[in-house]
Each structure stands twice: as C-alpha cells, then as structure tokens.
Design a protein around this ligand. Structure first.
Ligand code: TPP
Ligand code: SF4
Ligand code: MG
Length: 297
C-alpha cells in the first residue's frame, strides 16, 4: 500500500547499513543507543521498508542525536514535541511509516502531556522511548524514570519522588500496543520493533537503555540479573488488560516483551475526510486557503 503512494521504486534488497548516513554515531562507547540503532535498522530490513517510506521524528537528547545517524526522512523536534509533530505528519500522510524516537525526559517528562493524549487517540504511529533513566545530553540530571534515592547532579541528596512507570502509564492511557525492550537484547528488541511497526494503531516501546557515562545504577550488570521475557511463560496472554497492568507493576524482576496488544479502530480510519485517501494526495486546489486562514484571525 505504501508503494502505491510513492512514485519511487521500492528496494527489497536493502541491508541494515543502507540505513546509515555518512555520519558516524557520536554516542559514548558502550551506550545502549547503539543496540537500539542496530535493532531498528534490522527491523526496517525485515519489514522490507525503504528509507523514503519512513519518517522518524526525534526528540532532543542523546537519543535524538540518532537524527544524524539513521537514513530515513527525519525531523528533529523541539524538546518534548516529537509526538505532536509525528501526529501532524501522520495525519497529513498516513501511508508514511511514522516513528517518534525520544528519551525518557523528552517522552514522559517535558512531553508527558503529549504522551498521555497520543496514547488515547490510537494514531497509527510508533513511539520508541530510549529509557536510560537520566538526562544524558545535559550530562546527568534526574529524569522522571530515575529511581527513588538516585543521586544525580540535580538531586545530590537523592531523588525524592516515585518514578513514572512508562508501561503502566501507556496502558492506562489507552495504548493498543505496549512493550518493554532492552538494548542489551538486540535480537529480542528487533522482534518487538517488527511487531510494533506492523501493529495498526499506537505502539509504544519502553526501551531500557544503559547510559554508561551518567547512570552507574541501571547498568548492563543490573539488568542482566533482573530481566526475563514474558513469552517464556506459555501462560502469558497479551490480550488481557488486567494481567498486563499487573505485570507492569512487577518490581523484583523486570519483564520484557509485549505486555498488551489489541485491535481497535485507528484515528485516521475514524476520519471520513482522510480514511480512504491521505490528505497529501487529495486535490485541495478548490479550497481558498487565504479566506480559510482569515477565518482564524
Ligand atoms: C525546552 C527545553 N528545555 C530544556 C532543554 C534542555 N535539554 C536538552 S536534552 C534534555 C534532557 C534529555 O533527556 P532525555 O530526554 O532523557 O534524553 P537523553 O539525552 O537521556 O537521551 C534537556 C532538559 C531543551 N533543549 N529544551
Ligand atoms: S551520555 Fe549516556 S546516553 Fe548519552 S551517549 Fe553517553 S552513554 Fe549514551
Ligand atoms: Mg534519558
């Protein structure tokens, strides 16, 4: 379907490296962002997507610097504004695969309000949140997902608040695909990305991503001891909302995988004006834009 809307030929023989730009990543050696970067490129290849069929809207942060290192259409939004930009782009052309890539600060801190409302709209977009539980780019301040008592530059006596649980928040706000991945498990993460990108509706993936420079608590060793995969239990049913919410609260160990996935009408399918033809492919020549704009003055 995407190819019908694009005059450019699809290339089915792409390799992950074909999604590299000429710039090499500037992330610190060992940063979890590399695992996410590799996994998303592999997911694109397996889904047979070409760079011109994808738009990634990046937030501000170390995570957002991926803007320079992934070859797709890209937009580097203001801090906290990746989801509104992704929403607008998707509603203009819902045949484009639109992804928002943010940090935890960008996603559920400054952009928290947008996160809530994007979840409840069921827009057919994907939000990948690089969750290093810290502000990486600004050199190590507390983020909304930092654990209580964590000492950072901005909390020298330790964080007093309880952390936001992004998986639980996405669930209660109505997201129709909610998952948690880990950058240290790139194959597993790639498979989550593939399912999220194929999902019709809003998909959210909270990706645990060690920041080796500023977060000495949530390290590779820490995660190695605690993670396990939901799908390892044959009893887990990702269609059960109560079970998903219960699992999202688990603290002793850290479940990874798809917590919840249901089918529900997408936002654009509910809009008569665009459901059959994206806005960008409609003939708008009969509309007097000037008088329309004047009506807003
Ligand atoms: C409106 C605004 N406020 C503050 C900043 C400063 N700032 C830049 S990145 C950032 C935090 C980034 O943290 P996160 O979103 O977790 O991304 P990370 O660097 O950890 O990947 C902040 C506060 C900004 N750029 N714009
Ligand atoms: S500061 Fe942290 S998040 Fe940023 S590039 Fe370095 S390791 Fe990665
Ligand atoms: Mg962060």
């Amino acid at each position: 379907m995407i190819s019908e809307a694009n005059n450019r030929k699809r290339n089915y023989n792409l390799k992950p490296a074909d999604f590299n730009t000429k710039k090499r990543p500037t992330w610190c050696v060992g940063c979890g962002n590399y695992g996410i970067w590799n996994s998303i490129k592999k997911a694109f290849v397996e889904l047979k997507l070409s760079p011109h069929e994808i738009l990634i809207v990046f937030g501000i942060g170390c995570s957002g610097n991926g803007n320079n290192f992934i070859k797709t259409y890209a937009y580097h939004a203001l801090h906290g504004m990746a989801l509104p930009v992704a929403t607008g782009a998707h509603l203009a052309n819902h045949l484009l695969k639109v992804i928002a890539m943010t940090g935890d600060g960008d996603g559920v801190g400054i952009g928290g309000n947008h996160f809530i409302h994007t979840c409840r709209r069921n827009l057919d977009i994907t939000h990948i949140m690089h969750d290093n539980r810290i502000y990486g780019l600004t050199t190590g301040q507390t983020s909304p997902t930092s654990n209580t008592k964590f000492k950072t530059k901005s909390t020298p006596f330790g964080v007093m608040e309880q952390p936001i649980n992004p998986v639980a928040l996405a669930l209660i706000c109505g997201a129709t695909f909610v998952a948690r991945g880990y950058s240290g498990e790139p194959e597993h993460l790639k498979n989550i990305f593939i399912k999220a990108l194929a999902h019709k509706g809003f998909s959210f993936i909270d990706v645990l991503q060690p920041c080796v420079t500023f977060n000495k608590i949530d390290t590779y060793d820490y995660y190695k001891k605690l993670i396990y995969k939901l799908e390892d239990s044959s009893e887990y049913n990702s269609g059960d909302f109560s079970k998903a919410l219960q699992k999202s609260q688990e603290m002793e160990r850290i479940p990874l995988g798809i917590f919840y996935q249901i089918k529900k009408r997408t936002y654009h399918d509910g809009l008569e004006q665009i459901k059959d033809k994206p806005l960008v492919y409609q003939d708008l020549s009969s509309i007097n834009i000037e008088s329309l704009m004047k009506s807003f003055y």
